[in-house]
Design a protein around this ligand. Structure first.
Ligand SMILES: CC(=O)N[C@H]1[C@@H](OP(=O)(O)OP(=O)(O)OC[C@H]2O[C@@H](n3ccc(=O)[nH]c3=O)[C@H](O)[C@@H]2O)O[C@H](CO)[C@@H](O)[C@@H]1O[C@H](C)C(=O)N[C@@H](C)C(=O)N[C@H](CCC(=O)O)C(=O)O
Ligand SMILES: Nc1ncnc2c1ncn2[C@@H]1O[C@H](COP(=O)(O)OP(=O)(O)OP(=O)(O)O)[C@@H](O)[C@H]1O
Ligand SMILES: N[C@H](CCC[C@H](N)C(=O)O)C(=O)O
Ligand SMILES: [Mg+2]
Length: 484
């Protein structure tokens, strides 16, 4: 493809070489460059891509996209200067992969918690409508029934556009996609035409990256500035802000406040959640297989988006009923001894608070919480989560999540600082397997053992290795022959 065609819509200046040059493919990692490629130099957080430009040229790059001129580049190599390379990369990828997003109905979901769950609720509804669905998110990417591994909630723009292009080629009609705040801030989703954007909520997370809640909110709001239509949670403190930013039609949902979709008569049990809803003067009854007040919000977001897609409320409710829950989101395992384990991905203060309150609504005995916090992530949430766990539990075991490059014991101590502010008895066991065994050993009839933070993850990341580790497997093993 011709380089200047790839750069359609991007402001640039040609510093040297031929602007009409043909390029084979786009790369932003010098290690992947082969003959005839254009190399995009990204100023990263760890490294500066411009310092790899000469290496990329050696590997065959014929053109460079840069924010400044890298040193030691041959006169024959074409160099384009742009203001922001990540932004340029996104728009180049849109062109290279033939502008896939407008060829499908793309629904983006953003918010601190509930993105994955909302996308799977939507998938269930769209499956019921016999649509071919594409999913982009934390657990996996999906093209219909085909599951593709993913490392990130929202991939880098080039991989994302390539994935959307494959979806078009494989006749996907609807894409439900998690849009992380990182991806909005780092231009990964630039150039994607969202038919609908859904806002779930905004609570503390990722302050290591965004630094302030204000920045975090700004990043999230970009989705609604771009989406043709928006579905917004008005019970969240940031809901009105997102509504103001929304450019097109807005459909609101709430439990506490007046909204287009308002849930009433909520009933929560260990088996699920029921509520009623009025739409176009008719009363509907909604059944969800996941317990919790937060599940009502996720369902309302999914219902709102499906209504905007033109699906009838009756079909939506049948589709929702078919959803059997989402891997690692409030997944229950029962023991013949009368207690149960719940594996949940709560890894934020609000997420943890919600599941503990939900468990309290149906627990007949104690709540024993086993959890930790990830390394190399927002450190300020550690004591907050410690305090929340202590206030919402009868016993806690502070353990390791993914320590990454950090010392596991240091993380445990930071969580403990918050726990100490509460009356809750607790212990610290760094080994997550031993912590789950200990929680099981002390459980009695009626108790609920909450294992939070890792949900669907089947690995644990340490400084020098990543091991296989799956909370569901571990709790089943710990229950042994008594596992139902
Ligand atoms: C904070 C963040 O998002 N960082 C992303 C960022 O990394 P970076 O800026 O540090 O990259 P870098 O290592 O400095 O490299 C700069 C450039 O040099 C290039 N390079 C590097 C080495 C080399 O030999 N040659 C070369 O060309 C790199 O390819 C890159 O283009 O750009 C990289 C390339 O796209 C991403 O892989 C990386 O994601 C990291 C791995 C990450 O962990 N991100 C997480 C925090 C994230 O994005 N999470 C969100 C939200 C999760 C949620 O709440 O659900 C997500 O969407 O997953
Ligand atoms: N609407 C909600 N409000 C608050 N907490 C929620 C909500 N939905 C889910 N949770 C909690 O957050 C956890 C993560 O849910 P989910 O995976 O759907 O969120 P996410 O936004 O995709 O997270 P991530 O940022 O990691 O991708 C759940 O396991 C549950 O504990
Ligand atoms: N998307 C979130 C997931 C956190 C999950 C938790 N298990 C951890 O590793 O901290 C993040 O990358 O911050
Ligand atoms: Mg997710």
């Amino acid at each position: 493809m011709e380089l200047n065609k790839l750069l359609k819509g991007v402001s640039y200046s040609v510093l040297q070489g031929n602007a009409n040059i043909e390029v084979k493919k786009i790369e932003y990692d010098s290690r992947k460059v082969t003959a005839g490629d254009v190399f995009v130099c990204i100023t990263g957080f760890q490294r500066d891509g411009h310092t790899f430009a000469a290496k990329a040229v050696k590997s065959g790059a014929v053109a460079l996209i840069c924010e400044y001129v890298p040193e030691g580049i041959d006169k024959e190599v074409t160099i384009f200067q742009v203001e922001n390379s990540r932004e340029a990369l996104a728009f180049m990828a849109v062109q290279y992969f033939n502008q896939p997003s407008p060829k499908m109905h793309v629904i983006g979901v953003t918010g601190t918690n509930g993105k994955t769950t909302t996308t799977y609720l939507m998938k269930s509804i769209l499956d019921h409508m016999e649509k071919k669905v594409g999913v982009v998110g934390t657990i996996e990417n999906r093209i219909g029934d085909r599951v593709l591994h993913t490392e990130r909630t929202t991939p880098e723009s080039k991989e994302l556009q390539e994935l959307l292009d494959t979806m078009v080629k494989e006749d996907v009609s609807h894409v439900v996609m998690e849009v992380s705040s990182h991806s909005l801030d780092l231009h990964r989703v630039d150039g994607i035409e969202y038919e609908i954007g859904i806002f779930t909520n905004l609570t503390q997370d990722h302050l290591d990256y965004h630094k302030t809640m204000e920045n975090y909110k700004e990043a999230k709001s970009k989705l609604f500035e771009r989406a043709q239509k928006s579905v917004i949670n008005l019970d969240d403190a940031a809901g009105s802000f997102m509504r103001e930013r929304a450019k097109g039609q807005v459909l609101t949902f709430a439990v506490e406040n007046d909204a287009d979709l308002r849930a009433r008569n909520i009933e929560i049990s260990a088996e699920g959640t029921e509520f009623s809803l009025t739409w176009e003067e008719k009363e509907y009854h909604v059944h969800l297989s996941t317990p919790g007040r937060f599940s009502v919000y996720n369902a309302l977001g999914a219902i709102g988006a499906c209504l905007l897609l033109g699906i009838s409320m009756t079909d939506i409710l049948v589709g929702l009923k078919e959803n059997q829950g989402v891997a690692g989101r409030f997944q229950a395992v029962r023991s013949k001894k009368g207690y149960q384990g719940v594996v949940d991905y709560a890894h934020t203060p609000d997420g943890l608070d919600n599941i503990l309150k939900t468990a309290r609504e149906f627990a007949k005995g104690r709540i024993i919480t086993i959890f930790g916090c990830g390394g190399d992530r927002d450190k300020t949430k550690r004591p907050i989560m410690g305090e929340i766990a202590g206030n919402g539990s009868d016993y806690c075991i502070i353990t390791s999540d993914n320590p990454r490059t950090e010392d596991p014991l240091t993380i445990l101590n930071e969580v403990e600082a918050g726990m100490k502010k509460t009356q809750c008895p607790y212990e610290k066991i760094a080994d997550r397997r031993a912590a789950i065994l200990q929680g099981t050993k002390m459980a009695k009839t009626g108790d609920v053992i909450i294992i939070a933070g890792k949900g669907h993850e089947n690995y644990q990341i340490f400084k020098d290795c990543t091991i296989h580790f799956d909370d569901m497997e571990e709790i089943r093993k710990a229950f042994g022959e008594d596992c139902i």
